[in-house]
Design a protein around this ligand. Structure first.
Ligand code: WTA
Length: 658
């Protein structure tokens, strides 16, 4: 691989606050270093301690860690018995301080749509749901697809599955009938749980139509259960349909439902990645290792304590929802806030108003979320009291330093830590992230690996990269939260993750390590453009654009060029109050020349209102690359886009330029 130079030369450093440090789980760099060394020297000892500390087991395991990456075989806590639903609910009922506290606070789009479940109430709801599933013949190992908006019933349904040993497959409610169908069929699901619909920006969104269209072509579905969100009569079009409101009239279902004893290596869930490339993959995680790893990272990275209220806005069909909204905060007995609505409806202050009203303490956003706020004028957070916040998180893509600093300053008021957490659906939880009170931060860097994680950076030929040389990010050895396989395709699991560099887990991300040992994630390999023989990172160029006062968001791709091979095509979203003009284009080009140099001057700048994104906020560069190249049909699978309408507008804009 030709060496890829880093364009970013950001030297700003932010020190962790003193306030809050004394109470933190991990208080210093010294303590982190000691734990890190121990975790690598004695993984068995380290994970045994963490697993016993964090999780209640019905039976302890016979062997703590086992892996053979050449065979793609990974097992943790083998022979151990536990139940995830028990850990998230039942064990808290024995504690009078937790039993009657809020487990879930749910706010719908309308203010009057507000519900609170205490741990006791959630437990009862989960038992009821589990009894219903059992009555429909659901058994251990059966797959149950959950296709719903963000509402408490999603969590209840997930924990009900976990309780009886069924495998849940949560599919984001914004996906099309076609995408839902392919996931149901791939998983071979027996039951579908859905809702009539939800609200979005004042409009009603119908889910049931999609669900019924999908299952019309899915013979494997024996029954589907419909939850009533609109409070109106529901007409079912298929005889397999059941109304939740009817089912719960049966008092029998209110009985206590015992927890199935699950082996640590029994599958807990399958999650299809709505990745920005290619066909969705059904990644599965198992019970023991996943739960330990979820609780472990939450406790140390978010410094989560029982009195915290954590909020990660966004789609239920994402791994962040599974790990940091459902399993770990509930396993640790904290309170989860969930919101079903848009960030800017009825006004751009909505999310800050919710932080203020519900006294959120830990807020976990994506860079895309944050950039959207920067676009909508910076003064909104200041209108609300955000003083209960104590940790801010970010996830999903490299954060532009300018965005990090805005978040730290405007949301965190410069007084609280920001944790930039790098991980993947496959990793189950965070792998590289600052522990909030231990380390000075360089905006844009994910800092150091967590205990138990040993990342390495390889060149193409498998030799180790030098300091500041970017290469393939791989992980040596396994950790409890790593995925155990791809549903129905063990060969592919081995091929994708364990064959590129034998003996290592291959992340597919590019990264570099700087002179202080800090990791910088640079995105996927295909996010690189080659201009006159120089390889340029799109993410870095985008960061430079975003540092311009008029730019809210930028997506940079390569456009084929007869002479130069490839040139830079930049899609730019302006902040409110700025108008597209030739003048502004010149100004942006000057800005790029000044910050980086003339080499990377974009050939084309197209102003757009919005960028095509997946639900988790990842920009679909695959589509933007095609449009830049003038290819308007054959754009590939658009089913995972959160905002499919923007594609047509972008195509129109491109046609106007050429
Ligand atoms: C990217 C999300 C930079 C990365 C939990 C990874 C990040 C992919 C970060 C996984 C971060 C995630 N900085 N890049 N803090 N976090 N990524 O499976 O490319 O939806 O491989 O899981 O997102 O996305 P996934």
């Amino acid at each position: 691989m030709t060496k890829i130079e880093s364009l970013l030369k950001d030297e700003r450093i932010f020190y962790p606050p003193q306030e809050g440090k004394d109470l933190a789980y991990i208080k210093s760099r010294y303590q982190y270093d000691k734990i890190y060394d121990y975790s690598l020297k004695d993984p068995d000892g380290f994970w045994t301690e963490r697993a016993k500390e964090l999780i209640t087991w019905f039976r302890y395991w016979d062997r703590t860690c086992y892996w053979d990456f050449n065979k793609a075989e990974i097992r943790f806590f083998e022979g151990g018995k536990l139940n995830a639903s028990y850990n998230c609910l039942d064990r808290h009922l024995l504690n009078p301080h937790v039993k009657n506290k809020a487990a879930i606070i749910w706010q719908g789009e309308h203010d009057r749509d507000l519900r609170v479940y205490t741990y006791q109430m959630l437990h009862d709801e989960v038992c009821r749901f589990a009894n219903i599933l059992k009555s429909l013949g659901v058994k251990k190992g059966d797959r149950v697809v959950i296709y719903m908006p963000t509402m408490p019933e999603v969590i209840a349904a997930m924990l009900a599955c976990a309780r009886i040993g069924a495998i849940h497959v949560v599919v984001y409610g914004g996906l099309s009938a076609e995408a839902l169908k392919s996931r149901i069929l791939d998983a071979g699901a027996k039951i579908l749980i859905t809702a009539d619909g939800t609200y979005s920006g004042g409009r009603r969104i119908n889910l049931l139509n999609n669900a019924e269209t999908a299952i019309a072509q899915c013979e494997c579905i024996e029954k589907y259960i419909v939850i009533n969100r609109f409070g109106e009569e529901i007409t079912l079009s298929d005889k397999r349909g059941l109304l939740f409101d009817e089912l719960i009239k049966n008092k029998e279902f209110e009985k206590y439902c015992p927890c199935e004893e699950m082996d640590a290596e029994d599958i807990l869930f399958i999650l299809y990645t709505s990745g920005s490339t290619g066909k969705p993959k059904g990644i599965y995680h198992t019970t023991g290792g996943y739960l330990v790893y979820a609780a472990h990272t939450t406790q140390w990275v978010f410094d989560l304590r029982p009195e915290d209220i954590i909020w990660r806005p966004g789609a239920v069909g994402w791994i962040t929802f599974h790990t940091y909204v459902v399993y770990s905060p509930l396993a640790l007995g904290a309170t989860v806030f969930i919101y079903d609505g848009l960030p800017d409806y009825p006004n751009p202050g909505r999310w800050w108003e919710l932080v203020d009203r519900f006294k959120v303490t830990i807020l976990y956003l994506t860079p895309t979320n944050i950039r959207a706020f920067m676009k909508e004028r910076e003064d909104w957070p200041a209108k609300y009291d955000l003083s209960t916040l104590r940790i801010l998180g970010t996830v999903g893509e490299p954060i532009n330093p300018e965005v990090w600093i805005w978040y730290h300053k405007n949301v965190g008021k410069g007084r609280i830590p920001v944790v930039d957490t790098w991980w993947q659906t496959e990793t189950g939880g965070h792998l590289i992230s600052p522990l909030p009170y231990t380390i000075p931060q360089k905006p844009g860097s994910v800092t150091l690996p967590l205990p138990g994680i040993e990342p390495v950076i390889f060149r193409d030929d498998g030799t180790s990269a030098d300091i500041n040389e970017s290469g393939h990010l791989c992980i040596k050895g396994a950790w409890p939260g790593i995925a155990r396989g791809l549903w129905g395709d063990s060969e592919k699991f081995k091929e994708i993750y364990f064959s590129r560099f034998p003996g290592y887990y291959f992340t597919g991300d590019q990264a570099r390590v700087d002179e202080d040992g800090y990791f910088w994630i640079m995105g996927r390999l295909d996010d690189v453009i080659s201009v006159s023989g120089y390889l340029i990172r799109t993410s870095e160029l985008e960061s430079v654009f975003v540092a311009h006062s008029a730019v809210a968001e930028a997506a940079v791709v390569g456009m084929p060029h007869e002479i130069k091979g490839e040139v830079i095509y930049a899609y730019i979203v302006l902040k409110d109050g700025f108008q597209p003009s030739e003048e502004l284009k010149k100004n942006l080009i000057q800005h790029i020349t000044k910050e980086i140099g003339p080499l990377v001057i974009p050939e084309v700048i197209q102003f757009v209102n919005d960028l095509p994104k997946t639900r988790s906020g990842k920009i679909m560069r695959r589509i933007l690359r095609k449009v830049a190249a003038g290819v308007y049909d054959d754009l590939g699978d658009k089913s995972t886009l959160a905002n499919p309408d923007v594609v047509e507008k972008i195509i129109q804009g491109r046609k106007e330029i050429f």
